[in-house]
Design a protein around this ligand. Sequence first.
Ligand SMILES: [Zn+2]
Length: 312
Amino acid sequence: MKVIDTHCDALLKLQIGMREGSELNYENAESIDTNLNRLKKGNVMVQFYAIFIEPNLPSDEKWQHAMEQIDLFYSEVLGKHSEIKHIKNWSEISQLKEEEIGAVLTLEGADAIGNSLVKLRHLYRLGILSIGLTWNNANLCADGVGEPRGGGLTTLGKEVVSLNNENRVWTDVSHLSVRSFWDVMELADYPFASHSNARAICDHRRNLGDDQIKAIFEKNGLIHLVFNPPFINDQKKTATIPDLIKHIDHLCALGGEKQIGFGSDFDGITTFVKGIENASKYPALINELLKHFSEEQVKGFAYKNFLAHLPK
Ligand SMILES: [Zn+2]
């Protein structure tokens, strides 16, 4: 069964390798959970690639880091593998051939643009199709979930959301503070949690409360489940597929059967759900899900729900 995975951090690993002078081969690097061979083995049809910038970097170096990651996306991920196709418009997903893998570029935290909408417009031109205003830290757009001030969106952050709407780009709520979340929900045409779970099942700040989950579903948004054990299972460094299914059951009970999917966070996580240690293991997850849900439901989670909610 095909899979659409809406979050991974492979570009950061490629960038670290490049900066350290030990370049990684995207086709088969053992250290890359979403390397090409693993995507193929996992039947991944579309993989999202986040640009993630370390919050501690000096502000004037962040744009350079974003450019390096995008450069590696073009040169290493796309440039060396003709079977990986850059999805720059949502309509291009339906043009993928059977053996092709779609690659979507996303921004995890708007730190890199500083206060420059010129930089933002360049990112749209380079093909960014999903933007989370923050990672855990605060920036000029909004407060993230780790900022104790608990503020919401700035005027700049609101402008970014309205440009996302104009450009048919998702506004990703996964790392936002609670107040930022509600500000986004008021403004965003395309709200999206690319890698978050349910707080009622695992009470972690990175997860969404029931009121937040219902608000996303009511606005025709999507929630993609993350495979990071600390977000699945209270206080545990490991989790099982049945633990993950508890989140799926909960989201379905809140009306999300047709609005949920997967956003693994591979290459950004260091502990794993037992049996899903990298992208090649998706078939094992699918097989387990088929024991609990109908084939049509599992197809929905795996890729169809996303395709049914593409920004238009
Ligand atoms: Zn993240």
